[in-house]
Design a protein around this ligand. Structure first.
Ligand code: BG6
Length: 494
């Protein structure tokens, strides 16, 4: 629980950037109107561009009005909230920026008559992480290990070596408990619920292993193209942008053993054990890469990836990746985990499919559909179980039916955005949903042979039309376990 009496100073580096505008400030505003922030708080946005505070505040308000899940700001709420927002123009490369920040923070807390807790959010390009961290350290701005926290956005490194060096750099200046490496997928309500679903119910966990599960599919399909993010994306690709972090985290929550306590370190240990047991990647046929070409997405023409802004000519960057992994431990030996993600696919959908084996009781003449558990992370936010049932009538005929749990039918409570949950956790000092140094490094270790395959000119790059479900080869990858990736019925088709 957050101690509301402890004031908090939230400093956002990259305070004039897109993440702050679209996600962080709307999340802080929602925490404010929910009464979840401490009694005393301030938000200091630091960025390079010179800007007057009133114009800056107005820009943030427009962002909330456009992107907040709670809709437009109300005049009175906004008036109270905006008075706590400050803008500080400064160059991260210039020590004067940190001197000014330190002065500002100290002056502010003097009026509060207490040492505030400090959250430093790095909403910046990765090339600034070390400079900013060093500035904070040299100016002793984040020097109270129990109160001061640094939130580092992905990508954390670009391979094992760079992630390891970055960890060493940060750990020379700060304690591990001050470092919050964020992966916003872990803050999603439906992802947090996977642990509750698996470990608070007695019916699923006994079946959650190789004896009963045939295979698992984890898929994050997106309709969006890379749009204006070409500069970043072309050097990254789907493997580094999505698989190394978001899909690996989904894999961990799906495959981990039950920790003995619900507590940051034990949960993170359990996830690390999964990563450590992933079989080193050897077979290049188990990795399918694709790149979108021109097509039509939901009735709108979409240009080819290679024609998007800031993409190198003839770029081989993958916008689609599908792969097969095995976890070599007692629980999962022999069970394939299929991971898939792609841009410009026909539907936005993040799902985890637990495909159970066929019933061992062949007493019915009808062909049996094996049980299937579908965890829909977004946008549907539901869990459904497919099971066989007798069709009413005079004969013993079977048909697979669904049992559904949906958030919208079961709860009236609003669903917070991932960034709301995660920001509050940082203020509370709860690192459960953040990645520890060893976890990030281990995830990169697994990725290295895969990334080598990605870089290799010999690794085939499949082209797929924007608006299609990606390369046919990604469906072949599933065989003989499945013929196709699971797809929720299109809501447009009734
Ligand atoms: C980001 C990736 O981390 O996650 C984007 O950089 C991707 O490329 C996004 O679109 C997906 O997040 P969400 O929450 O929209 O599924």
């Amino acid at each position: 629980m957050l101690n509301k009496k402890r004031a908090v100073q939230i400093v956002i580096f990259g305070g004039n950037g897109d993440l702050t505008w679209r996600k962080l400030v709307p999340a802080l505003y929602n925490l404010f109107i929910a009464g979840a922030l401490p009694e005393k708080y301030c938000i200091i946005c630091v960025d390079y561009v010179a800007m007057k505070e009133p114009a800056f505040r107005k820009k943030l308000r427009d962002g909330i009005d456009q992107f907040s899940r709670t809709g437009k700001t109300k005049k009175r709420d906004w008036a109270r909230f905006e008075s706590s927002i400050h803008y500080l123009a400064g160059d991260f490369n210039n020590p004067a920026c940190f001197a000014a920040l330190g002065k500002h923070l100290n002056a502010q807390q003097k009026t509060w008559k207490q040492r505030a807790s400090r959250v430093f959010y790095f909403a910046v390009s990765p090339r600034f992480i070390e400079t900013i961290a060093d500035g904070l350290h040299t100016h002793a701005i984040a020097s109270v290990a129990n109160l001061d926290r640094l939130v580092i956005e992905k990508p954390f490194g670009t391979d094992y070596q760079t992630a390891h060096s970055l960890n060493r750099f940060l750990l020379k200046r700060f304690a591990e408990k001050q470092l919050y490496r964020i992966d916003h997928y872990l803050g999603k309500e439906t992802v947090q619920n996977i642990l509750a679903f698996r470990f608070a119910n007695s019916v699923f966990e006994p079946l959650w292993n190789k004896e009963h599960i045939d295979h698992i599919q984890i898929s994050v399909s997106e309709t969006v193209s890379i749009g204006k993010r070409g500069g970043y994306y072309d050097g990254s690709g789907a493997m580094k942008d999505m698989i190394q972090n978001h899909l690996m985290q989904l894999l961990c929550v799906t495959a981990m053993d039950c920790p003995h306590r619900y507590e940051a370190e034990t949960i993170r240990d359990a996830k690390l054990q999964v990563l450590k047991k992933i079989r080193p990647f050897k077979n290049s046929n188990d990795l399918i890469l694709g790149q979108y070409t021109a097509g039509t997405l939901n009735g709108v023409a979409q240009q080819a990836y290679r024609k998007e802004d800031n993409i190198k000519r003839g770029s081989r960057t993958e916008t689609f990746a599908a792969l097969k992994l095995f976890i070599d431990n007692e629980k999962w030996k022999g069970v394939p985990f299929f991971l898939r993600t792609g841009k410009c696919l026909p539907r936005q959908s993040s799902t985890i499919i637990i495909q159970f084996k066929k019933s061992k009781h062949p007493i019915f003449s009808d062909d049996i559909t094996p049980n299937q558990l579908v965890i829909s992370v977004q946008p549907e936010q539901e869990i459904s179980l497919l099971f066989e049932s007798k069709v009413p009538g005079l004969q013993m005929k079977l048909k697979a039916v669904e049992m559904d749990f949906t958030y919208k039918d079961s709860y009236t409570e609003p669903i917070p955005e991932a960034y709301e949950a995660l920001l509050l956790d940082v203020m509370e000092g709860d690192a459960t949903l953040f990645m520890r140094a060893d976890q990030v490094e281990q995830a990169w270790k697994i990725m290295t042979p895969l990334l080598d395959a990605v870089k290799s000119e010999n690794h085939k790059l499949h082209f797929y039309k924007a608006g299609s479900w990606g390369p046919q080869a990604s469906r072949e990858l599933l065989k003989p376990f499945a013929n196709n990736w699971f797809s929720l019925p299109d809501p447009a088709i009734k």
